[in-house]
Design a protein around this ligand. Structure first.
Ligand code: AMP
Length: 281
């Protein structure tokens, strides 16, 4: 596996990949890799010839500076996992490669309002930072496909919007959520959960499954949301939202015939977790 820190090395190699008529798949991550990330690499390997994974803890997407400091960093283990997964190139740039002197970090991306809903309400500026870093990577790498997890449903939807509005020549592939055997969506943040909180946090998956079953029985949307919130509270978590949305507009769904997705965010102690589920088969 190639491991590059500099744009120059990366671009030189990608040039030769393209000259060989190989397609490029890109998997952006912030490291602390787990099976969820590796599933993206596996999909990228199936669908493209040459897979670039990046590890970059992007400062512009953290609205809480302590969250940035607390973010787990496990580079040696990440390298081992990516090598085992037969990833072709790992790009671990430093901040000055991504945001060189003079880079406009104040740029505002027009994301059709998708960035202000749901997570955007609780994490102001977060998605503008995500759009900024992904835009920068897409400009550098120019992949045929970018692979992102459904785990961050809103994030993937926003990047799809970014690709469309910036007319970028990359296709977004959204890959399914990888869960623990008991149902907890894998996340780098789970390492901060005690065994007790890990057990309690299973309520998120349970409430999503409840919502899916209730939708099939045509239960009114608002009633499902209220009952799901109660379930999450009674397990001891502190929910921020449990909302059934239209999966394209991310707005609250009004009608059972829409492309429904249930999305939720809740605090398990001092760890904020998100999860979601597509509700229609
Ligand atoms: P992160 O390193 O947390 O920024 O995540 C990098 C990518 O991995 C994003 O596209 C996430 O949606 C995806 N991802 C994280 N956790 C999972 C999971 N449990 N299943 C599938 N994809 C995931």
């Amino acid at each position: 596996m190639f491991i590059f820190k500099n744009n120059k090395d990366l671009l030189l190699l990608l040039d030769s990949v393209r000259k060989n008529k190989q397609t490029i798949g890109f998997v952006p991550t912030m490291g602390a890799l787990h099976e969820g990330h590796l599933s993206l690499v596996a999909s990228a390997k199936k669908q493209t010839d040459f897979v670039v994974t990046s590890i970059f803890v992007n400062p512009t997407q953290f609205n809480d500076p302590t969250d940035l400091l607390k973010y787990p960093r496990t580079l040696e283990n990440d390298i081992r996992l990516l090598a085992q997964a037969d990833n072709h190139l790992l790009f671990t740039p430093s901040g000055d490669q991504i945001y060189p002197k003079g880079f406009n970090k104040n740029r505002v991306f027009h994301l059709n309002g998708l960035d202000r809903l749901l997570e955007g309400e609780f994490r102001p500026g977060h998605f503008n930072g995500v759009a900024m870093v992904v835009h920068r990577f897409l400009e550098l790498i120019q992949p045929d496909k970018i692979f992102m997890g459904q785990k961050d449903y809103q994030q993937a939807t926003i990047i799809r919007q970014l690709i469309q509005s910036e007319k970028l020549p990359t296709q977004l592939v959204m890959c399914p959520i990888v869960r623990s055997q008991k149902g907890l969506a894998l996340s780098s943040r789970n390492t901060r959960l005690s065994p007790q909180w890990k057990r309690k946090a299973l309520v998120l998956h349970q409430s999503l499954r409840f919502a899916k079953a209730a939708i099939l029985q045509k239960t009114p949307i608002q009633q499902i949301e209220e009952e799901a919130i109660e379930k999450i509270k009674s397990a001891g978590l502190n929910p921020e939202y449990f909302t059934i949305i239209n999966g394209s507009t991310l707005k609250k769904a009004k009608d059972l015939r829409e492309n429904l997705v249930a999305v939720t965010a809740a605090w398990a102690g001092d760890v904020r977790l998100i999860d979601n589920m597509l509700l229609l088969p």
